[in-house]
Design a protein around this ligand. Structure first.
Ligand SMILES: NC(=O)c1ccc[n+]([C@@H]2O[C@H](COP(=O)([O-])OP(=O)(O)OC[C@H]3O[C@@H](n4cnc5c(N)ncnc54)[C@H](O)[C@@H]3O)[C@@H](O)[C@H]2O)c1
Length: 415
């Protein structure tokens, strides 16, 4: 069996490695030559794929920038980005580009699966016509399906194999072929009747998280005004053995998914005369969080008799979540901008993020980074950090992740 993976990022590279580990020959394609070269040289840019895992499949994982190399594979999985335009509308540029170029080499008998998160209707209305520019008909000459990726970077308790995989084929046979493909790397498959149902199920999952995070964030802002410890409230509520699911407040949502994907659906919904209020409201509340956090920082400095202007503020962690180096949409970026606008001298430490491109900042090693600092701010709670030790080295520490809640240190202020 041979398979092509288009887009070797957080989703595509782990998938390529998983298939190669089962003995499948994989052609991994990306438009970035540097990425392709480094993977070929055994260097992984995805934390969940250590170099050793890559090295072990080197024989079966061929990387390329040429779509022509996909002509002989049996199945092609598309994992390209689906971002928003500056006006926050779906940007299907990478997907359309991949579809168009794939059409140029598409062969009868191939299976094409889209994994990129997108609005219901994309596979049928956008990808299908592009692929049919090849002269081949979907469902007759080639098969087409949508199967959303559920990867959660940094997570180790659930893997690609143990996480049920949803898929929806254009036809029954398309679904059968996609099921046969994914059955090699996933223990449990969940077949739905159409690509649209599969597309929307992924969005429901992400919107569910976004709305619940917004709810707890809104309560965190209220708890702050009411002088109630939100972490104590969440810990207490989470003891309910049924009917409650824990979500953590924080400085705002980041990553490629939650701040972006829900708006694919709200955009699509407008075509059906419906305003998706929950999505918009959740987005609004979550976008507000970095501003609330800056206000918290300003107040904490004020309590210490200091102005923000000229204060040295060290952000601890800048990636959007613990254990990964992904800074896309990270709330830390907003915090850097807002604090700099107020005249702060901002520095950061994050062993996962050596530099913040576009911000003229490099990660400063600990403990040196904390010397002379007026305040530390825990933005991302990376594992393996001794927060008590950090707190002891700083005159003031603002904790936006609740990791100090059992520390009982005077000068720590929590969200
Ligand atoms: N990162 C996650 O945790 C996650 C989880 C679930 C779903 N998704 C979804 O999966 C998709 C991919 O996300 P990602 O995080 O892997 O993105 P990514 O940016 O890490 O990787 C995408 C790769 O596609 C390449 N690419 C762009 N245009 C291309 C083209 N025309 N041809 C070939 N390669 C091209 C890019 O160079 C990049 O290497 C998105 O739709 C995302 O919403 C991501």
């Amino acid at each position: 069996m041979s398979i092509g993976i288009i887009g070797l990022g957080y989703v595509g590279l782990p998938l390529a490695v998983a298939f190669a580990e089962t003995g499948v020959d994989v052609v991994g394609l990306d438009v970035q030559p540097r990425k392709v070269e480094s993977i070929a040289a055994g260097r992984s840019h995805v934390e969940d794929i250590p170099d050793a895992r890559l090295a072990a499949v080197q024989e079966r994982l061929k990387t390329t920038t040429a779509y022509a190399d996909l002509a002989d594979v049996e199945a092609v999985v598309i994992c390209v980005p689906t971002p928003l335009t500056p006006n926050r509308e779906p940007d299907l540029g990478p997907l359309r580009d991949a579809g168009r170029r794939l059409a140029g080499v598409l062969r009868a008998g191939q299976l094409v699966v889209l994994e990129s998160t997108t609005y219901p209707g994309t596979t049928r209305e956008q990808l299908l016509p592009l692929l049919e520019e090849s002269g081949l008909a979907a469902g007759r000459d080639f098969n087409l399906a949508f199967s959303p990726e559920r990867v959660d970077p940094g997570r180790t308790d659930h893997t690609l194999r143990t996480t049920p995989k949803i898929l929806g084929g254009l036809t029954e046979t398309c679904g059968d072929r996609a099921a046969a493909l994914y059955g090699q790397v996933c223990d449990e498959l969940v077949r739905v009747s159409t690509p649209e149902a599969a597309e929307m199920s992924k969005l429901l999952e992400n919107i569910f998280r976004s709305v619940n995070i917004a709810l707890v964030n809104e309560l965190a802002m209220l708890a702050d005004r009411m002088d109630i410890d939100i972490w104590e409230v969440v810990d207490a509520a989470a003891t309910k053995p049924y009917g409650f699911m824990r979500f953590e407040p924080g400085p705002g949502m980041g990553g490629h998914c939650l701040p972006v994907d829900p708006f694919y659906l709200s955009w699509r919904a407008r075509e059906f005369d419906l305003t998706t209020e929950f999505i918009e409201l959740a987005g609004k509340v979550n976008q507000q969080m970095p501003y609330h956090c800056v206000e918290r920082i300003v107040r904490a400095l004020n309590d210490a008799g200091k102005a923000v202007r000229g204060a040295r503020i060290v952000l601890l962690g800048v990636s959007y979540k613990a254990g990964v180096g992904d800074v896309r949409e990270s709330p830390a970026l907003k915090l850097v901008s807002l604090l700099r606008d107020l005249g702060a001298d901002v520095a950061y430490h994050d062993e996962f993020v050596p530099e913040l491109t576009g911000y003229d900042l490099r990660s400063e090693p600990l403990p040196g980074a904390l010397e002379g600092a007026d305040m530390g701010v825990i933005v991302t709670a990376h594992p393996g950090i001794d927060w008590a030790e950090i707190a002891a080295m700083l005159p003031a520490l603002v904790d936006l992740r609740g990791v100090t809640r059992n520390l009982h240190v005077e000068h720590v202020i929590r969200l």
